[in-house]
Each structure stands twice: as structure tokens, then as C-alpha cells.
Design a protein around this ligand. Structure first.
Ligand SMILES: [Cu+2]
Length: 503
């Protein structure tokens, strides 16, 4: 047996051996993790001192400044529930229920030992009663029973923040799942008495899963789908309540050689997050929001109703992509955000040139505006061919260009060209069907044979297919045909074509 096995001396039963074991363990911990501070016990730090303080609340992705306080105080938190329609994805809106008008709700920051006087208001235009359960509260329901608030009312309760840490809060009014699914969650940070180590940037990021009756990116106001929620089949998985909440010109910003800290929560209601930043390694993770710090972590699990604090240094400039590494959620349900790091290259650490398009597709630029414009025009009955081409170009970049290339030339022997493709001159129904149902088997394009597989683009809705094809037909010397969403709708119900049947 291994002589170094730490449990072996215990079997001998000598007290000295036990002391050796304790020393071995504590020195091992100290050696491995010099930055770990001894975990602090929960504690009553005595009565609040000084004048009552009004808490600074921030909306995501912002975090309130450190309390910078050496004593426990009485801190007044005023939070208002507002039910409102907001954009969940380009051209898609949803009736969110919010703490403070945003999803996730306002970030609250207090110090361990503070006495928090909590005021919960429910806006008069609300249709539902709401309450709040703060995981940082010691007491039945985390405040839920004391904070039940009808529309137009306000309730008040107080608690002492006994434990330091990062905690989720959420609404706990029945049906609880529905209130959470509509965006009713946020984070409260209880700083340790000495505060947290200084960093250059702090960000507030919170994941949530959303359930709409329409498909992913289906336009218009989308109602909540209770059945999908019960079955745990989300339409969207999002950071900060909207697809694109932190991409394009809303990307998080940092410079090279800075320390970044992210408070990352997961509101659920159903999914557990495998939180990862593509191209970074977390130097420190306070996993599960607890007092232990783990180092050199690639992906950290964040349970529904849980949170973590991740920290890393920025060394190399570029776009770093925040994802749930359950990766379909990132690329097909919206769980994707960007941290843009500016600064000089550091070739000793990373030689490469930046290739945004590999990971980002249509999210690399804030150009989805063209898609929104086309959707609005379609709804208003004023959609022009140019609107479709503009929107289609953006969608083509995110969907088709990875194979057919941005210039439509394809890749010799692998992906056929769409530019001046003679295949495109066949019946437009057949081309629509190619996009909807995919294509496989032998095809001849401009005299060259291809025998490969194009997967069905089932994630695209009728508008999107119509716009993409209008763009394809309107580009690179193709026929200029215009495709309508109605045509796509008709073809969708028909069976898939087979490549062998020719044209
Ligand atoms: Cu609620």
C-alpha cells in the first residue's frame, strides 16, 4: 500500500499520527491555495452603526461599487416589481416580470453583518401579486412570507446578513415556476467584512431558460408556454434576459492585463449551467458561491438557484465568448455573450489572428438591426425586396456562409457555389425545399459533381428562409428572384426532394 496514504497512520491509532495528519492537510491546503482566506463563520456582528444607508442598486451587467465599510450598518433596499414587454430576441418580445425593470433584477450589494431593511413594491400596473425569497436570508422562506405584495402595494421586512457570499433571490409566488421563468430573479452580494480583493472590472451575468409558444426567433409577442416549461424544453437559454444582451456594441469591455470578476448566477427555472468563457481559464472560482476557491477552472457548474464568482486576467486582446457549454444552448437558444478585450497583441502567449466568425456567426456584429427592420416591415405590410436582401445577408452570414462561403463561391469539391449556380435556375420551390429539408446525394452544379450532405436548416422560420433566398438570388449575378414567406410556408408542408430526381 502507498506509504503516503494520509489515512494509514490513523489505523495505527496514535495521537501523534493524527496531529501529523492535521498538519499534513492544513499545510497541503496552504501550499496549494495561498489566496484562500479562512472561511468565515456566519456571525452576528452586533447592532447596526452609523446612519442608515440607501443601497445602490444596478441593472445588469453592472455591479454596485464596494461598500468600503468597516462596520455593520442598517441598509435600506427599495426594489420594485414591474411587469413589462421587452425584447427577448431580434423582433421577438415577451412579457417579463421583473425586479427593478430588468432581467435579471437589480444587483444588491451589502456587507456581512448589515441589517437590511427591505422594501418590496409592486407597480400598480402589475396583474399579479409577487414576493421575494433571498437565499442570503436566514429565516423561513428567505423573506417570502413577509413580502407578499399585491399590485400597487408595498411590504417591508428586515434581516441580518449573517453569511457572506453571492446569493440568488427570486419570486416565490405560486405558480413559482412561472414567476421564475418570466425573469423574476437576481443576485445579492454579501461582502466579507474586509471586502473583496480589488479588480479592474466587475460584471453581473445571469442565465435563465425561457419558454415561448413560438419557435426560437419566431417573431412577434410570444406568450409563456407552461407545457414546455414543465417538460423542461426551453425555447431560449439566455444571459441577462435577451439574446444579444451582451454582444455587438453591448459587449462587455475590458483591456489587456486587467483583472475581471464576474458574478454569474443561474435563475433557472430548470437548467443547470455549464458556464465557460471561450479562450479564457478562470484563475479563481468561488464555486456554488461558497467560501472555497478553486483555481485553473475551464467550465464551472452553476445550479439553478445558485451562483459563482469567477475571476481571470486578460492577457490577449480579442473577443471572448461567454457560453453555457451545453453548446446547443449557446448557438441555437441564445446563451452567448461577448467580452471584448482591447490592447496590444501578446504573441508570446498567443500567436494567432482573431477569427470571430468561427464562433460568432451572425453575432459578431451588431447588424441584426436589418433583421428587425425587415420583420417590422413584414408586420406592417411594407416589406421591400431590399429589406429582405439586407436581412438575408446577415442571416446568410450566420447560417450558410460557413459552407458556401461569404462570397457564395463554395469550396471546390466539397460545397457547391451559390454564385451564378445553374442549379438555382431550377424551380424556386425546389430551392426552398433544399434549405428546409437539406440535400444529399449526387448533384451537378455548373458542370461539377457534388455528392455530399447539406443538413436541413430547420432552425430557420419562414421569414428567415425567404430573406436568405432573396439575398442569394439577388447577389453574385443570380436571377434576382424574390421569395416570399408564404411560398416558404407552402413548401414546408411538402415532402423533401431527392437529389437524384433531377430537374
Ligand atoms: Cu412574482
Amino acid at each position: 500500500m502507498n506509504a503516503l496514504h494520509p489515512l494509514r497512520p490513523l489505523r495505527i491509532g496514535a495521537a501523534a499520527a493524527f496531529v501529523t495528519l492535521v498538519c499534513f492537510l492544513s499545510s497541503a491546503i496552504a501550499a496549494q491555495a495561498p489566496q484562500v482566506k479562512p472561511p468565515r463563520a456566519p456571525g452576528d456582528f452586533g447592532p447596526p452603526q452609523g446612519k442608515p444607508i440607501r443601497a445602490v442598486l444596478t441593472s445588469p451587467p453592472n455591479v454596485p461599487p464596494p461598500t468600503n465599510r468597516k462596520y455593520p450598518a442598517k441598509v435600506i433596499v427599495e426594489l420594485e416589481v414591474i411587469e413589462k414587454d421587452m425584447q427577448i430576441s431580434e423582433g421577438v418580445s415577451y412579457t417579463f416580470w421583473t425586479f427593478g425593470g430588468t432581467v435579471p433584477g437589480s444587483f444588491i450589494r451589502v456587507r456581512q453583518g448589515d441589517t437590511v431593511e427591505f422594501h418590496l413594491k409592486n407597480h400598480p400596473t402589475s396583474k399579479m401579486p409577487h414576493n421575494i425569497d433571498l437565499h442570503g436570508v436566514t429565516g423561513p422562506g428567505g423573506g417570502a412570507a413577509s413580502s407578499f405584495t399585491a399590485p400597487g402595494h408595498e411590504s417591508q421586512f428586515s434581516f441580518k446578513a449573517l453569511n457572506e457570499g453571492i446569493y440568488v433571490y427570486h419570486c416565490a409566488t405560486a405558480p413559482v415556476g412561472m414567476h421564475v421563468a418570466n425573469g423574476m430573479y437576481g443576485l445579492i452580494l454579501v461582502e466579507p467584512p474586509g471586502g473583496l480583493p480589488k479588480v479592474d472590472h466587475e460584471f453581473y451575468v445571469m442565465q435563465g431558460d425561457f419558454y415561448t409558444t413560438g419557435k426560437y426567433r419566431e417573431k412577434g409577442l410570444q406568450p409563456f408556454d407552461m407545457e414546455k416549461a414543465i417538460d423542461e424544453r426551453p425555447t431560449y437559454v439566455l444571459f441577462n434576459g435577451a439574446e444579444g444582451s451582451m454582444t455587438g456594441d453591448k459587449a462587455l469591455q475590458a483591456k489587456t492585463n486587467q483583472k475581471v470578476r464576474m458574478y454569474v448566477g443561474n435563475g433557472g427555472p430548470n437548467l443547470v449551467s455549464s458556464f465557460h468563457v471561450i479562450g479564457e481559464i478562470f484563475d479563481n472560482v468561488r464555486y456554488e458561491g461558497g467560501s472555497n476557491i478553486q483555481h485553473n477552472v475551464q467550465t464551472t457548474l452553476i445550479p439553478a438557484g445558485g451562483a459563482a464568482v469567477v475571476e481571470f486576467r486578460t492577457e490577449v486582446p480579442g473577443s471572448y465568448v461567454l457560453v453555457d457549454h451545453s453548446i446547443f444552448r449557446a448557438f441555437n437558444k441564445g446563451a452567448l455573450a461577448i467580452l471584448k478585450v482591447d490592447g496590444p497583441e501578446n504573441k508570446a502567449i498567443y500567436s494567432g489572428k482573431e477569427l470571430d466568425s468561427v464562433y460568432l456567426g451572425d453575432r459578431a456584429e451588431p447588424s441584426l438591426a436589418a433583421v428587425t427592420k425587415a420583420a417590422a416591415a413584414a408586420a406592417g405590410g411594407t416589406l421591400t425586396q431590399q429589406d429582405q436582401i439586407n436581412a438575408g445577408k446577415v442571416l446568410f452570414t450566420g447560417t450558410c456562409s460557413v459552407c458556401h462561403q461569404a462570397n457564395g463561391q463554395g469550396l471546390a469539391g466539397v460545397f457547391p457555389p451559390l454564385a451564378k449556380s445553374d442549379y438555382l435556375t431550377s424551380d424556386t420551390k425546389r430551392i426552398i425545399s433544399t434549405v428546409l429539408h437539406g440535400l444529399s446525394g449526387k448533384v451537378v452544379v455548373n458542370g461539377k459533381e457534388y455528392n455530399s450532405v447539406m443538413p436541413p436548416m430547420t432552425q430557420l422560420n419562414d421569414d428567415e428562409v425567404a430573406n436568405i433566398l432573396t439575398y442569394v438570388y439577388g447577389s453574385w449575378g443570380n436571377s434576382g428572384a424574390r421569395i416570399s414567406a408564404d411560398e416558404v410556408k407552402k413548401v414546408r408542408t411538402q415532402p423533401a426532394p431527392s437529389a437524384a430526381s433531377g430537374h
